[in-house]
Design a protein around this ligand. Structure first.
Ligand code: SAM
Ligand code: DTB
Ligand code: SF4
Length: 344
């Protein structure tokens, strides 16, 4: 994989169209993505749905369930995060869950229809002994026939390789926002740190899950900057979570202005157009979005959701609520067979 460096991305980006997966030549410019975000909504959604249909069944949605396996007490200062020790949010630091607790949750998720189980740990970076404890969780979740995903902070190359050897399918590590807004949200690690981890994840042969958050006070151009960064990764991520900021009391971003739901729909549509083959995931913030805006997101190319009544520490629509919504929309849940790679 080519080295990812911020300087490559800010200088000399060529006129944007799709980045060829596996061998890059064309790049998305911020201006080209901004132009997408500025389209009249019907035009933008039509274009996104057209791209979506070239690669996916537009009536199918993949379900990922999240579990916080290590909650709270994180030394990082991410301005949005209730798990950071820098903010008194009431989230208590807990120990790493036992394998059996994790597998019981994964079994419940599978029985409710999820095909991917994502474990989140509030670490700046795992220690080698943490990786050793997570490895049997990964193996157990795989045995249940689920795809596995982990988000646990920055990784060293050998740790990424150990996770791959343990059977991990995806590693989630978000860029969160554009390079020029990032410093206003997080000061304890840099954008380049994140790009370095993503490169190690890719080099270890893991699939990349990488997205960001909108509604943190960023400009539309900075949203375009995030999408350009993601789309210009070589190759772009297989999985792209788009989160709406969940404004948690006492975090630095507790009083961020509310986001217009149509801005979220635009972000989903532009993610679909710039990363045609990725799973675009409607992530945090679905409870606030409401049914109609979520439906519009599916039309705009979202084809995955976090499924289960909790994200990591905050709420999410209940299983039954999502099942009812998908039934009302006539949408189908992607089967394990269709999404889990080694199950045919
Ligand atoms: N500690 C690891 C890390 O930061 O990579 C993994 C867990 S962290 C909670 C995973 C992602 O959740 C963050 O990168 C961020 O995009 C998202 N997130 C956290 N708090 C959020 C919030 N209040 N609203 C929306 N997204 C949030
Ligand atoms: C992602 O992009 N969103 C998820 C997952 N990856 C790990 C996390 C959302 C967290 C929302 C705040 C919370 O529940 O603590
Ligand atoms: Fe820690 Fe991750 Fe939260 Fe940042 S987002 S404070 S790294 S748990």
């Amino acid at each position: 994989m080519k080295a990812i460096n911020l300087s490559n991305h800010t200088a000399g980006a060529r006129h944007g169209s799709e980045v060829a997966r596996g061998g890059v030549s064309e790049r998305w410019t911020i201006e080209a993505v901004e132009a997408l975000l500025a389209l009249p909504l019907p035009e933008l959604v039509f274009r996104a749905q057209t791209v979506h249909r070239e690669h996916f069944d537009p009536c199918e949605v993949q379900l990922s369930t999240l579990l916080s396996i290590k909650t709270g007490g994180c030394p990082e200062d991410c301005g949005y995060c209730p798990q950071s020790v820098h903010y008194s949010t009431g989230v208590k630091a807990e120990r790493l869950l036992d394998v059996e607790e994790v597998l019981a949750a994964a079994r419940r998720a599978r029985d409710a229809g999820a095909t991917r189980f994502c474990m989140g740990a509030a670490w700046r970076e795992p220690r080698d002994r943490d990786i050793a404890k997570v490895a049997p969780m990964i193996a157990g979740i795989r045995e249940l026939g689920l795809e596995t995903c982990l988000t646990a902070g920055m990784l060293e190359a050998h740790q990424a390789s150990e996770l791959k050897a343990a059977g991990l399918h995806y590693y989630n590590h978000n860029l969160d926002t554009s390079p020029d807004f990032y410093g206003e949200i997080i000061t304890t690690r840099t954008y380049q740190h994140r790009l370095d981890t993503l490169e190690r994840v890719r080099d270890a042969g893991l699939k990349v899950c990488c997205g960001g958050i909108i509604g943190m006070g960023e400009t539309v151009s900075q949203r375009a900057g995030l999408l350009a960064q993601l789309a210009n990764l070589d190759p772009y991520p297989e999985s792209v979570p788009i989160n709406q900021l969940v404004r948690v009391q006492s975090t630095a971003l507790a009083d961020a202005p509310p986001l217009d739901a149509f801005e979220f729909v635009r972000m989903i549509a532009a993610a679909r157009i710039t990363m045609p083959k990725a799973r675009v995931r409607l992530s945090a913030g679905r409870s606030e979005l409401g049914d109609a805006a979520q439906a519009l997101c599916f039309v705009a190319g979202a084809n995955s959701i976090f499924y289960g009544d909790k994200l990591l520490t905050t709420g999410n629509p209940a299983f039954a609520e999502d099942q009812a919504l998908l039934a009302r929309l006539g949408m189908r849940i992607a089967s394990v067979e269709s999404v889990v790679p080694d199950r045919g």
